[in-house]
Design a protein around this ligand. Sequence first.
Ligand SMILES: C[S@@+](CC[C@H](N)C(=O)[O-])C[C@H]1O[C@@H](n2cnc3c(N)ncnc32)[C@H](O)[C@@H]1O
Length: 287
Amino acid sequence: MRINLHTLFPDYELLDCGNLAKLERFGDIILIRPEITANNKPALNIREWHKLAHAEFIEQTKNTGNWKSLKTVPATWNIGYNNYGINLIAELSLTNTKHIGIFPEQVLNWKYIAKIGNEIINNNFLNLFGYTGLSSIAAASFYDKVTHIDSIKKIITWTQRNAELSGNKNIRCITEDAQKFVLREIKRKTKYQGIILDPPTIGKGAKNEKWIFEDNIDDLLISLKNILDKKSFVILNFYSHTITEKFVHRLILTYFRDFNIDFCDRIYGESNTGNTIDHGYFIRLKR
Ligand SMILES: C[S@@+](CC[C@H](N)C(=O)[O-])C[C@H]1O[C@@H](n2cnc3c(N)ncnc32)[C@H](O)[C@@H]1O
C-alpha cells in the first residue's frame, strides 16, 4: 500500500526521495538522509535539495556518520501530533546514527492503538524496542498501564522527556533487553491486552545481548504468546526491506493462528513528488 504520511501527520513531510536519499520536513526543519530503498530518480535535483535543507547526514560507516550543516539547526526542536484523542510532543535532535527521535511511519499505528484502546477495558499495554516512546505516549491516553522497553538508557531518558512534554505520567520506562523482559513477565504471570513491537534488523540488549532479527524473532514471538491475554492484540512492524511476504506469512501462521488479521501489508511512503520509500511490513492481529 502507498501512502503519503503528510496526509495523516501535518508536521511531517517526505518532500522528495531518490538516488538512495530522502528529503524530509520535520516541523520547521528540513533534512537530507540516506535511504537505501529510495532507488528511483528524485524529482528535484541535488542543488534544489541543498537549497531547501537545513542539514545533510553524511554516512561514514553503515548507519553512523555526521551532519553537514546547510542552515542553522537548533540542538533540539519539537514537533506535535494531535488526532484521535492523542496529543503528543516529540523532541527531535540530530544524532550520529542518522535517526532524529522519530520514525514518522509509526503514525499509521497510532490510530489503531486509539481505536482498540477505546474497545478494551482493564488494559495493560507493552511497547518493545520502543525507541523514544511515541507509540507509548499514544497508548497512554487509552490504557491503564503502559510499559515501555528499550535497551539504551539515553533513549529511555529521551522517552521520559517526550512523555513529560506530552503530559503523560503513566508510562513505566525500563532499560532492558526485550526478550529478557518478556521471559521475566512470563515468570510473573503478567498478561497484556496490547503489545507493539518494532524490532531492528540488528540490535543489542542492555547487557549487550545480541539481537539479530532473522535468528531471534521466532523465540521472541514464542515468548510473547505466553504474555498475551485471551482478548488481546499485537502490532508487528518488520521494517527490514529484505523481509519477504513468505517470511511474514510463516510467522503469522506459526505463532498467531488463533488471531484475526486486521491488517498486513508492506507500506510504501509516498513523497509529494510521487516517488516512494519502503517502510516494511505493518501487521495488526487481534483475538
Ligand atoms: C527501530 S527502533 C524502534 C522505533 C520505535 N518503535 C518508534 O516508534 O519510534 C529500534 C529500537 O530498539 C532498541 N533495541 C535494539 N535492540 C534491543 C534489544 N535487544 N532489546 C530492547 N531494545 C532494543 C534500540 O535501542 C532502538 O531504540
